[in-house]
Design a protein around this ligand. Structure first.
Ligand code: GDD
Ligand code: MG
Length: 352
């Protein structure tokens, strides 16, 4: 049986000013009426019913998560007292699944991705679940790289295990967030795939790998396990979480494990990494200006991304800018500097 472990703990600083500490990216409705988190759970519903979903989120966001997902029971929203990165979140999820079902397979899903071809996605996920269950492997969903991203992990495919689409391969190596020169090499090799950050693994197999590769995490979790389903869960989380190591599942487990498989498919994926990424997701005019709700008047202007909160975006003689308006902020940055929006937040914090 498949269980969804939804990782919704990110702070989404790259979507400032729309995302704030209180409202990170996964809780925003960037496309359509539903938030990225809601879409993540809606999308897998044909494979994974609501009662087999666990959302792992930060304590500061748990109330908003619960409000967005009224069909989940309170026990299905696990509030981390502080962020300990994705290895901890995935491992806590695996413990929760193992507590309900010894043979349960976790489908680990980031709460902040968009997918256009949902039926191919579900087909790929079902296959990943089968490989995880039948072969006792950690399985990652891989995609053909489109540009030399340095913010993604790259999976170096080994021998083909199953040639029928979506194809399954062994993994020769996993390289998390390479430098640009390496990313360019991987882009053209034909053997490297983007790690989507979505995984399938048997709870028991994953926990055994955590025990081998991240023993400190495993020790902390062993103390937590008996309390994950009970009333005192939050107190135990508060007691144990601060001492857990903070490392991502990619660096902590995937780069090191030898039990890794990749299932490959191109289901129209975006990790919605920044305002710049919205350029691919929102409607564009002939000059490549994109706007969240399509209301834009552009004269001698091209390549701009405008999020004007329902207002008319009027442009004259400007190119390749991102302009975002919220109730209290107007932000303007060049499109190729979206990754640096963080600097604004850092300055504001420093200024108090
Ligand atoms: N519960 C919880 N707790 N969730 C977390 C935490 C945490 O401490 N930290 C991050 N998350 C959630 C984020 O909200 C996101 O949904 C997911 O886990 C992945 O974390 P990111 O911080 O977004 O990772 P990344 O984008 O840098 O890299 C990962 O995703 C890429 C694809 O988007 C890696 O898996 C890369 O290899 C991959 O290519
Ligand atoms: Mg991400």
């Amino acid at each position: 049986k498949l269980y969804a472990v939804v990782m919704a703990g990110g702070s989404g600083t790259r979507f400032w000013p729309a995302s704030r500490q209180r409202r990170p990216k996964q809780l925003l409705a960037l496309t359509g009426g539903r938030s990225l988190l809601q879409q993540t759970i809606d999308r897998v519903a044909p494979l994974i019913p609501a009662e087999r979903v666990l959302v792992v989120t930060g304590a500061g966001h748990a109330a908003e998560v619960a409000a967005q997902l009224p069909h989940l029971a309170p026990g299905q929203i696990l509030a981390e007292p502080l962020a300990r990165n994705t290895a901890a979140a995935a491992a806590v999820g695996a413990l929760w699944v193992a507590g309900q079902d010894q043979d349960g397979v976790c489908v680990v899903l980031p709460a902040d991705h968009l997918i256009t071809d949902e039926s191919l996605f579900l087909q790929t996920l079902a296959k990943a679940g089968q490989v995880a269950h039948a072969q006792g492997q950690l399985v990652t969903l891989g995609l053909t790289p489109r540009y030399p991203a340095t913010g993604f992990g790259y999976i170096e495919a080994g021998a083909l295990v199953d040639g029928q689409a979506p194809q399954v391969s062994q993994v020769a190596a996993f390289h998390e967030k390479p430098a640009l020169a390496k990313a360019e090499e991987y882009l053209h090799s034909g053997r490297h795939f983007w790690n989507s950050g979505m995984f399938a693994w048997s709870a028991g197999v994953f926990l055994a790998e955590v025990e081998r590769l991240l023993p400190e995490l495993a020790q902390g979790l062993a103390r937590l396990a008996p309390h994950l389903a009970g009333d005192g869960r939050d107190e135990w989380l508060a007691r144990i979480y601060p001492a857990l190591p903070s490392i991502s599942v990619d660096y902590g487990v995937l780069e090191k494990t030898s039990r890794l498989r990749v299932v490959r498919a191109d289901f129209g994926w975006s990790d919605v990494g920044s305002w710049e990424a919205m350029g691919e997701l929102w409607p564009a005019d002939a000059a490549g200006n994109v706007c969240q709700d399509g209301r834009i008047l552009a004269i001698e202007s091209s390549g701009n991304v405008v999020a004007a909160g329902g207002r008319l975006g009027a442009l004259l003689g400007v190119n390749d800018l991102v302009a975002v308006v919220t109730d209290d902020v107007l932000m303007i940055v060049p499109r190729d500097r979206c990754q640096d929006v963080r600097q604004i937040i850092d300055q504001l914090r420093a200024a108090g």
